[in-house]
Design a protein. Structure first.
Length: 226
């Protein structure tokens, strides 16, 4: 009798947990849809785009990735996409049992007329969470304030130095919230650990502002098709 009660209790807990998970999932989808509508963008619960094929370091982290809740379209005359993204890693406990750990982000992507090497700019508060794939020490700049606040990793130091000029440093230091930026090919990505759907407009505008602060010299020295 006791065993039957225990089994019934476990089944009830599993059912409740499943129901709560499904409800939260639906609520998140609905919130993404509302944000998309407010911005004049499209919403799809599945990410059937080719965004994850882009060459951002973040997309090569972990043992696998997943994405969804895609908001896409044109904003301020530019093609943009915002979406949930996660990669997972695995670790084993003292008994050798494997456990999967998810690392989740809210991401936004837009195009840029530059042939960009893989580069990451992240706030020191996020260091190691976004840029780990590059496996490089941060590049030092001629600003102690910036170096203390941000970590920049890139295999092409010349590109990094040209991109992160004094004006870009000043804009990043004035940024209201910690957002990581990455470049790869002809695209720029913004990634945040604050995954609330209502932060999507701010993330998209931060992405477009970042692109607007890219020095003209970078476009000259790293043209598309380079």
């Amino acid at each position: 009798m006791r065993d039957a009660v225990l089994v019934a209790a476990i089944v009830a807990v599993v059912i409740v947990a499943f129901a709560v998970g499904a409800y939260l999932h639906y609520q998140r989808e609905a919130a993404f849809a509302r944000v998309a509508a407010s911005l004049g963008l499209r919403f799809s619960e599945r990410d059937e785009s080719s965004v994850r094929q882009l060459g951002f370091p973040l997309f090569h982290e972990g043992l696998g990735t997943e994405s969804g809740n895609l908001v896409s379209g044109t904003l301020q005359g530019s093609p943009v996409a915002a979406f949930d993204f996660a990669y997972w890693t695995e670790w084993r406990d003292s008994k050798g049992i494997a456990h999967r750990q998810y690392h989740r982000f809210l991401c936004a992507v837009t195009e840029i007329a530059i042939a960009c090497p893989a580069l990451t700019i992240e706030h020191r508060g996020l260091a190691g969470r976004v840029a780990g794939a590059l496996g490089l020490d941060g590049i030092q700049f001629e600003s102690d304030e910036f170096d203390k606040a941000y970590r920049v990793t890139c295999g092409d130091r010349r590109f990094a130095s040209a991109l992160v000029d004094p004006a870009m440093m000043g804009w990043l230091l004035d940024a209201p919230s910690p957002v990581a930026f990455q470049t790869g090919g002809t695209h720029v990505l913004a990634a945040a650990t604050d995954r609330r759907p209502e932060t999507i407009p701010g993330l998209l505008h931060a992405l477009l502002d970042f692109r607007a602060h890219v020095p003209a010299l970078v476009a000259t020295e790293y043209p598309p098709g380079r």
